[in-house]
Ligand binder design. Structure first.
Ligand code: 6GU
Length: 228
């Protein structure tokens, strides 16, 4: 898979892809992540990437030209499955969207800034608009990093324990059950007996019950009517 991220603040995206799981995924060539500085594509004298909005009003708008030129260049090199715009008024990101996007070959992610991009970019290039929640960030970069992380960790070979993405919270619309490690008794705080029993089937049942219980308590909206 290849992800191209378009941004006016490339530095903000350096550290998420240069550490831990994402770094390893890139090193293992399971994914390519290319960060493009939109400013590099500006044909304006001062490499300007924004301008005042028509009709007046506070806040600058990202101009068409540098973004269009950058996307045109990328599209001349390969076919993209999605061109995503990160924006608080997009559809809310969730595990199902992460799963779907993880099956794509090439995607572009455009990070919004200021008041956002000229609507004509959205009308003529963008195939999907994503928000990561009902709050406003100062730019789309952190949201793009969130979406990329959620996608990349699903790619085969990225996680050491292949089964572990399948047991994540949300994968089956249930939150993950509690987990424990050594010691089995910390100053009298004991690990549930069942986990020390060695009964694989009973442990699996217990985890499923715990997942349902936790979901009922914390996120009843995730449960089907028949599980309530
Ligand atoms: Cl994708 N961008 C910005 N600027 N704020 C957000 C967001 C995106 N998702 C939630 N808040």
């Amino acid at each position: 898979m290849r992800i191209d991220i378009l941004t006016v603040l490339p530095k903000l995206l350096e550290s998420p892809f240069n550490d831990s799981i994402l770094k390893r995924a890139i090193e293992k060539k399971l994914v390519e992540v290319h960060i493009h500085n939109i400013r590099d594509y500006s044909t304006q004298n001062q490499k300007q990437v924004d301008d005042y909005q028509f009709g007046g009003g506070a806040g600058m708008v990202m101009t068409i030209q540098p973004i269009a030129d950058c996307i045109d260049k990328l599209q001349s090199e390969r076919t993209y499955d999605e061109i995503i715009y990160m924006t608080p008024d997009g559809e809310q990101f969730n595990q199902a969207t992460a799963n779907t996007l993880s099956l794509k070959e090439n995607i572009i992610i455009l990070c919004g800034h200021y008041k956002g991009v000229d609507q004509r970019i959205r009308d003529h290039y963008i195939t999907k608009e994503i928000s990561i929640g009902d709050y406003v960030l100062s730019g789309g970069e952190l949201a793009a990093a969130v979406v990329s992380d959620a996608i990349i960790r699903l790619l085969p070979g990225v996680l050491n324990d292949e089964s572990s993405a399948l047991t994540d919270s949300f994968q089956d619309n249930l939150l993950a059950p509690p987990v424990y490690t050594r010691p089995a008794d910390y100053k009298g705080w004991k690990v549930p007996e069942i986990l020390l029993s060695g009964h694989e089937k009973k442990i699996e049942d217990w985890r499923h019950e715990q997942a349902i219980e936790r979901t009922k308590q914390r996120r009843p909206d995730l449960l089907d009517e028949n599980e309530k």
